[in-house]
Design a protein around this ligand. Structure first.
Ligand code: ADP
Ligand code: MG
Ligand code: MG
Length: 926
């Protein structure tokens, strides 16, 4: 998934302007053919992924039909120039058409040897099915006869022509597909044909005539007959498809920038539809669902490319190709194995066989599930195809999350009968209410429901619904159908091609083996086995979590061992330490098992919410004199000491950073409105006495504490300064816990962290208290403890005066949540209302609370680091905001020179891998 890299791409506009001024000096079109290509695999920015792959395969001497790539820059220019391509570039394209005619020995529009081409979209990042491709371009009423004469195959010639008119009509002239399909079905029906291939030449001539009629009627013009005109129109349509709604939505989901544009590949056609010695197919060098080392894919005899993915006919598994065309199969295996070695990654390829002759049409690194990614990376190392260092660059850190997702409880799962089985396209357990349209999926999820999107087949327009669903279930299509490809990419459990489902999308129900399932009914399926059941099934923790909590032995879990191996390789290459944000012993324990070696943030106030503690905390807050406050604090002391003891112990002596009390006190008290109602109720029922008096005084105190801007109010260090006895109690609890462990032989180095400091004198005030109490406790206990006192840098003034603050602070930890809030002046509790609109309007690329704003907040962080280390060169600096678990942010923290990142326990594996990739300066996830 492209989650990490969009942020730092340069804006294209300035570069483009300079190009336009002097178009002659630049190259916009890149040829490939005859064993040589102008481009290569490293030129994805210019050629797009498809173009770069075609160039690379050509250079490697593989059988690739010749062609040329119009670069992504032309797309940007096309938009800049309001849908025009400059003359000079038109000429460059025309020259390449000539070159292609020469290389292919055929001529566009010729009546005895016509050149036919495909016009294929292809951006830097693959966007399956989002943009358009047109096949068989160059055919017209004369050329089709030429094609027939040349091949002596009239059926094939007219099959190609009808396909071309339909694709061109739909993509370029924007005529709905149904208009064509309607005519096609009519002819099929009239001739009693069951499948497309039953139609003979005469029938296809009829289809062509009807299609031309559709074009005339719907576009008001005859179908364009000039191949060069067709080519221009198709090219521009591909450019336009870059900005269609579904492509824009796709880029939004995957953080792909809009400005990079698409390339256009014009390539000589080869034909899989000339008869039963021809075929077309797609495949993977390994299973993209499970990572298993098996040749994986599908093909169709006598068909053209799009038939396989569209699910019109059910394709055959690729293994069967060995029986039908053994020579082509053997060659395909050899070529794809070579490609995998060359790219050092799983390849996702397209091929066509024309009269037993194999042609390669595409290769790219295959998208895969998180599960498969880990299996493949570890297998590659075992096979010595890559080194451990290369292996850790094969896995998108975000994908590791899929391995932590729950599965079904096997006992419960086996109790429920299986309703049907489909193809296991993307692993994972999904359970939810059935919906039949993408729009409904979104609507229901917004109402807080969990849904499963059930479709006959999915189309690219369904992407928004697929994104929010728990899982995707389809009735048709194979392992490489749209639903399967997108499901895997999203890490979404998917079962496809469950052929027994009789789906009535209009009636909002499906039938399967005598049962009827209506919209809103619960179903569940297992994406690893393909089993579908009609029930809601509770899930259970992933295998990895089972190993961590001791319910499953590590030796019994293959995936756990691989996961662990991959992360231990990562640990060798990362520079930054990984800590976790954990407040309670069990969280700390989990974090440690996930590989965190330290706590970067232990929020003490979360302990205040523990069982039976709130009344004591309230007593402390309500006290109107120091003596009463101390009495309450004395009651809290042993509880806090036990908490800290537990956290220290769970971390096995690794550093633990404990933050002194931070939130505004009203958060511990009942809501003002609720109290007012309470008081009124007590008064109305005539009850007097203690209860009423208590509530009244509580209300009075709540009103005293009420603030207009609590997040900017009496909180953080400001509390410690006004109530020093809280800092005293917390310090005592920390040091006493450390002493206790020390006596048990466990050495801990507590790091006491003062929040929200903006003035060095605030820190000094608190440090004096901490040092005094710590000295007292150590004397009482007769134990010497090493401890540090440091501060959170989360107020811009703190960062800007970090040189002063570092004089007293022994460490810094950037609190990037507050720092983002205060640098932008966005309230992080309210920003949700406008941040989405900011993103839609491209004012902000992403939510700065999720992924750090490297430019603005980043500048504040860099300043803080630089000033802090000026005063104290060995200052230990970490980060403990939400950003600590975000791969893109981790790359930034690496470049800013931080010593560690701290994140929530579940993000620790992601952070370990991302930190290694950051240390190697490679962003994975594009
Ligand atoms: P997508 O990116 O949607 O896969 P492609 O440009 O790869 O679109 O093409 C769609 C289908 O047409 C693929 O199956 C591809 O293999 C096939 N195809 C593209 N170009 C040619 C060609 N020159 N000859 C034969 N088939 C082609
Ligand atoms: Mg393709
Ligand atoms: Mg804070």
């Amino acid at each position: 998934m492209a989650k990490t890299s969009a942020a730092k791409r340069p804006a294209a506009t300035s570069q483009i302007k300079s190009r336009i001024r002097n178009p002659k000096s630049r190259k916009y079109v890149y040829f490939f053919g005859g064993g040589k290509a102008d481009g290569n695999r490293n030129m994805k920015d210019l050629l797009g992924g498809k173009g770069a792959g075609l160039a690379e395969m050509t250079n490697a001497g593989l059988p690739v039909p010749p062609g040329f790539t119009i670069s992504t820059e032309v797309c940007t220019i096309y938009y800049e120039q309001k849908a025009k391509v400059p003359e000079a570039i038109e000429r460059e394209i025309a020259d390449h058409v000539k070159k292609l005619e020469k290389a292919s020995g055929a001529t566009l529009g010729s009546t005895d040897n016509p050149l036919l081409v495909s016009v294929r979209s292809g951006a830097k990042f693959s966007m399956p099915g989002m943009m358009d491709t047109i096949l068989n371009l160059g055919l017209n009423d004369d050329a089709v006869e030429g094609l027939k004469r040349k091949t002596s195959n009239g059926r094939f010639a007219f099959d190609s022509y009808r396909r071309f008119i339909q694709m061109f009509g739909n993509v370029v002239l924007e005529i709905p597909k149904e208009a064509f399909e309607h005519e096609f079905e009519a002819v099929k029906h009239a001739r009693g044909a069951k499948i497309d291939t039953d139609l003979d030449e005469a029938a296809l001539r009829d289809v062509v005539e009807r299609y031309k009629g559709v074009v005339r009627k719907k576009s008001g013009k005859a179908f364009p007959q000039d191949p060069r005109e067709q080519l221009k129109m198709a090219r521009n349509a591909v450019f336009r498809s870059w900005m269609n709604t579904r492509a824009i939505e796709y880029r939004r989901i995957y953080d792909i920038p809009d400005h990079i544009g698409t390339a256009v590949n014009v390539q000589m056609m080869v034909f899989g539809n000339t008869g039963d010695r021809s075929a077309t197919g797609v495949g993977f060098t390994r299973s993209p669902a499970t990572g298993a080392k098996e040749f994986y894919g599908e093909f169709l005899i006598n068909a053209q490319g799009e038939d396989v993915v569209a699910g019109i006919r059910t394709p055959q598994p690729i293994r069967e190709l060995e029986q039908v065309m053994p020579k082509a199969y053997k060659q395909l295996r050899e070529i794809t194995t070579r490609l995998e070695k060359n790219y050092k990654d799983v390849q996702d390829f397209e091929f066509t066989i024309q009269e037993e002759r194999l042609f390669m049409l595409q290769t790219r690194n295959g998208k895969r599930t998180g599960y498969a990614a880990v299996v493949i990376a570890t297998d590659f190392v075992a096979e010595k195809l890559v080194t451990p260092k290369e292996a850790i660059l094969l896995v998108d850190p975000e994908a590791l999350n899929q391995l932590l997702a729950p599965g079904f409880d096997p006992a419960e799962w086996s109790r429920i009968p299986t309703a049907t089985k489909g193809l296991p396209a993307s692993p994972g357990a999904a359970s939810g209410q059935v919906v039949f349209s993408a729009d409904h999926a979104v609507e229901w999820v917004n109402q807080g429901k969990q849904v499963i999107l059930v479709r006959r087949e999915t189309v690219p327009d369904d992407i928004h619904g697929m994104f929010v669903a728990q899982g995707i279930l389809t009735a048709t299509g194979g392992m490489t159908s749209h639903a399967a490809v997108v499901g895997r990419q999203m890490g979404k459990p998917s079962v496809v091609g469950a052929g027994e489902l009789q789906i009535d999308e209009k009636g909002k129900q499906f039938r399967v083996n005598g049962q009827t399932v209506k919209e809103g009914d619960y179903i569940s399926f297992n994406g690893l086995t393909g089993e579908v059941k009609i029930a809601q099934v509770a899930s259970k923790p992933s295998e990895i979590l089972q190993v961590l909590d001791g319910t499953l032995k590590a030796e019994k879990s293959d995936i756990y061992q691989r996961f662990e191996k991959l992360l231990s390789w990562s640990d060798k290459f990362r520079r930054m330490g990984i800590r976790a944000n954990a407040d309670l012993p069990d969280q700390a324990d989990l974090a440690y098992k996930f590989g965190a070696r330290g706590i970067g943030l232990c929020r003490t106030e979360h302990m205040f919410f523990g069982e039976g503690r709130i009344p004591i905390v309230q007593k402390m807050i309500l006290a109107d004199n120091e003596a009463d406050r101390r009495k309450a604090l004395d009651q809290l002391l042993p509880l806090q000491r036990e908490d800290f003891y537990g956290v220290f112990k769970a971390m096995h002596g690794c550093p633990v950073t404990i933050r002194t009390i931070d939130p505004p006190l009203h958060e511990f008290l009942p809501k003002r409105e609720e109290l007012m109602v309470e008081v009124a109720r007590l008064e109305a029922t005539g009850k007097s006495g203690r209860e009423l008096a208590e509530k009244k005084s509580l209300l009075q105190r709540v009103e005293q504490l009420h603030e207009f801007n609590p997040m900017l109010g009496h909180r953080g260090v400001r509390l410690g300064i006004t109530y020093p006895e809280i800092t005293e109690m917390q310090t005592r609890a920390i040091i006493e816990a450390a002493c206790k462990l020390r006596k048990e032989g466990i050495k801990v180095v507590p790091e006491i962290m003062i929040p929200l400091v903006s003035l060095v004198k605030e820190l000094r005030d608190q440090k004096t208290i901490v040092d005094r109490v710590a000295t007292d406790v150590m004397k009482e206990q007769g134990v010497k403890i090493t401890y540090l006192v440091g501060t959170m840098i989360e107020v811009p003034r703190g960062a800007m005066t970090a040189d002063e603050i570092a004089g007293d602070a022994q460490f810094f930890s950037f609190g990037t949540n507050d720092l983002t809030q205060l640098t932008f002046g966005f309230s992080r509790d309210d920003a949700g209302k406008f941040l989405k609109i900011y993103q839609d309007k491209k004012i902000l690329d992403r939510d700065p609370f999720a992924s750090i704003d490297t430019v603005g907040v980043g500048a504040v962080v860099r300043t803080g680091v630089q000033l802090g280390r000026k005063t104290r060169p060995d200052l230990k600096i970490g980060i403990c905001g939400e950003h600590g678990g975000d791969p893109a942010s981790i790359h930034f923290f690496e470049s800013a020179g931080l010593d560690y990142v701290s994140c929530s326990p579940y993000r620790v594996p992601v952070a370990r891998l991302a930190a290694a990739q950051a240390a190697l300066s490679v962003k994975v996830g594009d």
